[in-house]
Ligand binder design. Structure first.
Ligand SMILES: NC(=O)c1ccc[n+]([C@@H]2O[C@H](COP(=O)([O-])OP(=O)(O)OC[C@H]3O[C@@H](n4cnc5c(N)ncnc54)[C@H](O)[C@@H]3O)[C@@H](O)[C@H]2O)c1
Length: 309
């Protein structure tokens, strides 16, 4: 199989690239390295350092002639999207359409397209938890809205241009290589700060709940998506919410961190509780999260211990 991974030098994308290489795929990464790193890629993986918004994407895709495209490149920050919705839309809507057009205009049968969407930012603050896909989309940010926009485009591209697709709505993904310097990715931020012995601030009262899913399990869902006829959107989460205070406690123990957390005001736009009902992907693609939260956290902390930075 020939696979393109956009955003393949990033956190989730690079784990997917590792898995595809292990399975014998020929892989091409398209990434502008705005947050991804070449060091995340195994030796010999072909990288086109290019924005997904660049018109040269069409020639790159046509020349490589992929069987499948995993689209993970994105502007990933909810707060950047709230400050600069146009910046977010240029990458997440126009950039994605640019990749889709490259796929439809490439010679031969169009590549199968897997879209990495969001579950955490798709349902607003739902009354039903864990949230099933049948709840109406109600994004609370331009980031969620841009992901939703592509979900709406995809069936249109399938009907008009024959691009078969699957959409995965990911919960809060964590694991090795996640950027600990951003404003999201609490496991990475806490792990790095705790191992460095620094101060830590929890925004709000720490009772906010998120559904933390391990990156290895997400990669498994991505691979299954490309091998299936399922369209989705499929939630990819554990169905269990964990609050920030508990997460802090688990990580403190693993990092042997003894200082108490500081508490700051809640951040604008942060939602209270979210967890995702993933029974649809379990039923259709046989996907099941395999990694217990505490085991995934231990692996992640061990990685940050070996890779301080
Ligand atoms: N991490 C999570 O919890 C989570 C949850 C839901 C959805 N997602 C989605 O998963 C995908 C991967 O996110 P991640 O957490 O690995 O973040 P990441 O920042 O590590 O990965 C994004 C990658 O895309 C690249 N990129 C950004 N803009 C680009 C552009 N214009 N052209 C080419 N490459 C570009 C970055 O350099 C980076 O390598 C994103 O689509 C994100 O929205 C992530």
């Amino acid at each position: 199989m020939k696979s393109i991974v956009t955003g393949g030098a990033g956190f989730i994308g690079s784990h997917l690239v590792d898995r595809l290489i292990d399975e014998g795929d020929e892989v091409l990464v398209i990434d502008d390295l705005s947050s991804g790193k070449e060091a995340n890629l195994a030796d010999g993986v072909r990288l086109e350092e290019l924005s997904i918004t660049d018109e040269r994407v069409a020639a790159v895709v046509a020349e490589f002639a992929p069987d499948r495209v995993f689209h993970a490149a994105a502007q990933i920050s909810v707060s950047v999207s709230a400050r600069e919705p146009v910046t977010d839309a240029k990458t997440n809507i126009l950039g994605t359409l640019n990749v889709l057009d490259a796929v439809r205009n490439a010679p031969g049968e169009p590549a199968r397209f897997t879209f990495v969407s969001t579950g955490g930012a798709m349902y607003g603050e739902p009354d039903t938890l864990p949230a099933p896909e049948s709840l109406p989309a109600d994004p609370g940010s331009p980031y969620g809205a841009s992901k939703r926009a592509i979900e709406v485009y995809l069936p249109v591209y399938e009907r008009l241009f024959g691009i078969r697709h699957t959409t995965l709505r990911l919960a809060n993904v964590f694991g090795p290589r996640q950027d600990p310097h951003g404003e999201a990715g609490v496991v990475a931020i806490f792990s790095r700060a705790m191992l460095a012995g620094g101060e830590l601030t929890i925004f709000g009262d720490g009772k906010d709940e998120r559904d933390y899913v391990y990156v290895g399990d997400v990669v498994d869902a991505l691979v299954r998506s490309a091998e299936s006829g399922g369209v989705g959107p499929y939630n990819v989460g554990t169905g269990t919410g964990t609050n920030v205070n508990d997460l802090f406690g688990y990580l403190a123990e693993l990092c042997e961190y003894t200082r108490p957390a500081n508490y700051g005001p809640p951040r604008a736009g942060d939602i209270g509780k979210i967890s995702l009902d993933s029974s649809a992907i379990r039923r259709d693609l046989g996907w099941e999260p395999q990694t217990k939260l505490i085991d995934g956290l231990a692996t992640t902390v061990a990685w940050f211990r070996d890779n301080p930075g």
